[in-house]
Design a protein around this ligand. Structure first.
Ligand SMILES: Cc1ncc(COP(=O)(O)O)c(C=O)c1O
Length: 337
């Protein structure tokens, strides 16, 4: 049977504490659409984690979170600057352009990151009606290549963007892995670094359909609830999304799960290097990129599933999650050996 443990972190299950908690709160009738006491409690947990000014809006999935976050600040004639590797650019079926009507201006990445020098190259001719006017820069933390922006990099980037009248969006599908990697709090890596709006991801780290758009340094637009509804991201039985965030924050599940996933990636990366496999990107979170030749890959894939990142370069991506075990890593290494 194929083992899917290295496919993606969303191949993982739901953390048992989360599932048990849903069972616990699965009682009685409550107001729908987020006007229930559980959602109010969850909103408070977000304020505790990100600061008092935080405004949070729960959604179903990461693509929906990104679309809503972008739409909150942009007009259809605006543009979003992002890395060429960004999920919004490669893996959302053109939803940011299709749904928001905005243009994505993607730039070459440096190990998954955007640099100020690169952003600057897209800031000419602003205000000219012939061009989409950049209004927002979107970065991903941890990045699609498993790297992590340092706090200094984040601060420099947001200061630069704000000085050029650009908002900053963070795609935090793997925000917990990023914060654990830096050894900082969620607030230190976001609010304190000047991030304006965050797509908070829970699904890859033990939750079930639980993501959120979080406004940190800029207030949510007046019509945010309308935008969420129009984007089909308003869950009527909202309490089943929001309830998941209570144990997630209160019991430190976000940290514990991300720490395990990151540690497993470090172990995997070191084990690959030890048998002579070339690791192609710095392993800073829960993703490991390495080279596996095609003939060998064809033999392994029926046993251990993973995605090819760059066919020409024989580069593949191996993801770890909160349930990845040392035995699974040893098994893959034995196979490769
Ligand atoms: C960086 C990043 N952003 C966002 C997402 C959200 O995707 P989905 O819409 O599948 O929840 C993902 C999922 O793979 C991702 O890797």
């Amino acid at each position: 049977m194929t083992n899917y443990c290295f496919g993606s972190d969303n191949h993982s299950p739901i953390h048992p504490t989360i599932l048990n908690y849903l069972q616990e709160v699965n009682t009685g009738s409550m107001k729908a659409y987020g006007y229930d006491p559980i959602t109010v409690e969850a909103e408070l947990e977000f304020k505790k984690a990100f600061g008092d000014k935080t405004e949070v809006f729960f959604v179903f999935n990461g693509t929906g979170a990104n679309i809503l976050a972008i739409r909150s600040f942009l007009q259809p004639f605006n543009a979003v600057i992002c890395a060429d590797t960004a999920h919004i650019n490669c893996d959302e079926c053109g939803a940011p352009e299709f749904i928001n009507g905005v243009k994505l201006l993607y730039l070459p990445n440096e190990n998954g990151k955007l640099t100020i020098e690169n952003i600057e190259t897209r800031l000419h001719d602003r205000g000219d009606e012939h061009h989409n006017d950049p209004a927002l820069v979107s970065i991903t933390q941890s990045t699609e290549l498993g790297t992590v922006y340092t706090l200094e990099e984040l601060k420099e980037l947001t200061e630069f963007c704000h000085s050029r009248n650009l908002k900053v969006h963070m795609d935090g599908a793997r925000i917990a892995n990023g914060a654990v990697s830096l050894g900082c709090s969620l607030k230190e890596m976001t609010t304190d670094c000047g991030i304006d709006v965050l797509s908070f991801g829970g699904t890859k780290n033990g939750l079930m359909m639980a993501e959120a758009v979080v406004f940190l340094n800029t207030p949510a637009p007046k019509w945010i609830r309308h935008l969420r509804k129009q984007n089909m991201q308003l869950m009527s039985k909202m309490r089943y999304i929001s309830a998941q965030f209570l144990p997630y924050f209160r019991d430190g599940i976000w940290k514990q799960n991300a720490l395990h996933a990151n540690n497993m990636a470090t172990l995997l990366s070191d084990s690959l290097k030890a048998i002579g496999v070339e690791v192609t990107r710095p392993t800073q979170s829960n993703a490991v990129f390495c080279k596996i030749p095609k003939d060998l890959k064809a033999k392994i894939l029926p046993h251990y599933f993973f995605y090819t990142w760059d066919e020409d370069e024989d580069e593949v991506r191996l993801m770890c999650s909160f349930v990845t075990t040392k035995q699974e890593i040893d098994g893959l290494i034995d196979f490769l050996r």
